[in-house]
Design a binder for this molecule. Structure first.
Ligand code: ATP
Ligand code: MG
Ligand code: ZN
Length: 572
């Protein structure tokens, strides 16, 4: 492709609307343009990146035995009501009405539709297993569609769905997808980690996420790793053992109300009472599907909202406003406590059951109670893990320590069990002639998110540095002065030779200054560059340079094809 015949609108200024470096670069390098919040136009370079990544995904999915279909984006609302997800997905679902006032849904995922397809269609265990996939546009009304293609409201996903007759066969189907995912991301130049994850609104038994570890702001997810074994989990799900638990004296002391003037935060109370935060218990008030709930965790811990949500089987959960806290506790924010707290569920983290003589808010302004004990002074409605795992604590599976890292979720795999087949009545006859529901799995990859994640990982202060296999072109040819006939001739000759031999090339044939071309080349990030200038041409040579900056050298113009091929090979 010639630069003048495609459309690469690079920008000099960094767009102010973009926070993430990858988002800034996609805009600046002329890959995307925003239509509205979370909705983007893919320009020619992005189009090529998407096509390259899709090709890798298709090849590996096909190799794993999955079969490509295309399902509609427009769904009748009834099918989502049947599985109940119409109610649990909540505001994230894009909804509309047709001219007959019939309710429709724009699909954000396709478990319902694929199950509908196979219901009644597959009758015998002999037709199983089967895995169907598509590469399709998805719609989700994300709360914060702010990071460009990372979190769009309209985006492209590869979604696959497996159907098996029994657990043993399902395990093989699941394994195949996990292996295919590692292969896909590897080919795209991305070293991903598979981590345990929460199953969320998707339901099912267990799930894994494929994470690209980054150390930029783009890492929206926190992942906890063990430094010894292969334990790795999203913090939403991660558990731990306390490495150095506080010593407990079992003697129960008498409760005592004390004044804590101006001390409402953990820091203020511990400083004022001169105690360790581990001796304090925080009482956090949340509104869960419209009703207040108290969550109790140790003073030094962080509440894990996913765990609280799962424990309460909640759909919507938000921290209570000051007025609700006052209504529930009868005092201003900062002094809530479980003693005498009436009419609301009190969910307690297991660490609290091991504490003795701890300190809580007194439900009175500027007062706390010392020497409180669970059971004697208040009762728990439920005991459940409610806290975030912490770096440095012990691994749940071995004596290693946990390490925290930031990551971007590029794909995930869910063990769905029979949630969808059962609610939609989709099953088959087994060898004994008994009717049984399908055992299902679902498997997603962010087709538009993954390339942006790659940029978040691979860039420098000048621009994008594409992994070879998802780069829009492999080679960019830059004649320093295309107007000059010797440059033009050499450039055209090399361009023709490479293109005729199947190497994806971009020829910068603009009448621009060399500096402009170099800046743009750095920005758009093509892996290999051929520079044509007077000095080298005199000796029949051109300069070959990788975007990364390594592998620079003069090569004979007549050997260019072999040189390019061997360098691309070396790039891995
Ligand atoms: N809003 C989005 N924009 C772009 N890609 C997305 C978006 N939501 C999900 N994806 C991609 O689709 C894949 C499968 O979708 P899935 O429903 O499993 O994601 P998710 O768990 O909702 O992701 P997240 O936790 O980031 O919201 C994800 O792994 C991700 O790569
Ligand atoms: Mg999501
Ligand atoms: Zn471990």
């Amino acid at each position: 492709m010639r630069w003048t015949q495609t459309y690469i609108p690079t920008l000099r200024e960094t767009p102010t609307e973009a926070e993430l470096i990858s988002h800034q670069l996609l805009l600046r390098a002329g890959y995307i343009r925003k239509l509205s919040a979370g909705v983007y136009i893919y320009l020619p370079l992005m189009q090529r990146v998407i096509e390259k990544f899709e090709k890798i995904v298709r090849e590996e999915m096909n190799k794993a035995g999955a079969i490509e279909i295309t399902m509609p984006v427009l769904h009748p609302a009834e099918i989502w009501q049947e599985t109940g997800r119409y109610y649990t997905v909540g505001k994230e679902q894009m909804r509309l009405k047709d001219r007959h006032q019939h309710e429709l849904v724009l699909g954000g995922t396709h478990e319902e539709i694929v199950t509908f397809l196979l219901k009644g269609e597959l009758k015998s265990y002999r037709q199983l297993p089967i895995n169907l996939y598509q590469i399709q546009v998805k719609f989700r009304d994300e709360i914060r569609p702010r990071f460009g293609l990372m979190r769009g409201r309209e985006f492209i996903m590869k979604d696959a769905y497996s159907f098996d007759a029994d657990e043993k066969s399902f395990d093989i189907s699941y394994r195949k997808m996990v292996d295919a995912y590692f292969a896909i991301f590897q080919r795209a130049g991305l070293d991903t980690k598979k981590v345990e994850s929460d199953t969320g609104a998707m339901g099912g038994r267990a799930a894994h996420e494929f994470m690209l570890i980054v150390n930029t702001e783009g890492g929206e997810e926190t992942i906890m790793f063990c430094d010894k074994c292969d334990y790795a989990a999203n913090i939403e799900k991660a558990t731990f053992r306390e490495a150095d638990p506080p010593e407990i004296d079992d003697t129960l002391m008498n409760p005592k109300e004390v004044d804590t003037p101006n001390a409402s935060t953990i820091e203020e109370v511990t400083a004022f009472l001169k105690v360790d935060a581990r001796q304090l218990v925080k009482t956090l008030i949340y509104v869960v599907d419209g009703k207040p709930v108290a969550a109790l965790i140790r003073g030094d811990r962080e509440l894990n909202l996913t765990k609280l949500k799962n424990q309460l089987k909640a759909i919507e959960l938000e921290s209570a406003s000051a007025s609700i806290v006052e209504e529930v506790t009868g005092c201003p924010v900062g002094f809530a406590g479980p003693v005498g707290l009436k009419n609301i569920p009190i969910i307690v983290d297991p660490e609290i059951t091991r504490l003795r003589n701890f300190i809580v808010g007194a439900n009175k302004n500027e007062k706390h109670i010392l020497n409180v004990n669970i059971g004697r002074d208040f009762k728990a409605s439920a005991v459940a893990d409610l806290i975030n795992a912490v770096e440095g604590e012990s691994c749940p599976n071995c004596d290693g320590r946990l390490i925290a890292r930031k990551g971007i979720e590029v794909g995930n795999t869910f063990m769905l069990g029979t949630k969808y087949s059962q609610s939609l009545g989709a099953g088959f006859l087994d060898a004994e002639g008994n009717e049984r529901p399908f055992i299902m799995g679902s498997y997603g990859i962010g087709i538009t998110r993954t390339p942006q994640a790659a940029i978040e990982k691979y860039h420098d202060d000048k621009g994008i540095i594409w992994p070879k296999n998802i780069a829009p072109y492999l080679v960019e040819i830059i004649p320093l002065n295309y107007e000059k006939s010797s440059h033009k001739e050499a450039a055209e000759q090399i361009y023709a030779e490479l293109v005729n031999n199947g190497v994806d090339c971009l020829l910068d044939d603009r009448a621009e200054r060399a500096g402009v071309k170099f800046n743009d080349a750095d920005l758009i990030g093509i892996p290999l560059r051929i520079i044509i200038g007077d000095r080298s041409l005199k000796e029949g040579k051109v300069e070959l340079k990788s975007r990364k900056g390594d592998d620079v050298g003069l090569v004979d113009a007549k050997d260019i094809l072999n040189e390019v091929r061997s360098r691309l090979e070396r790039m891995g």
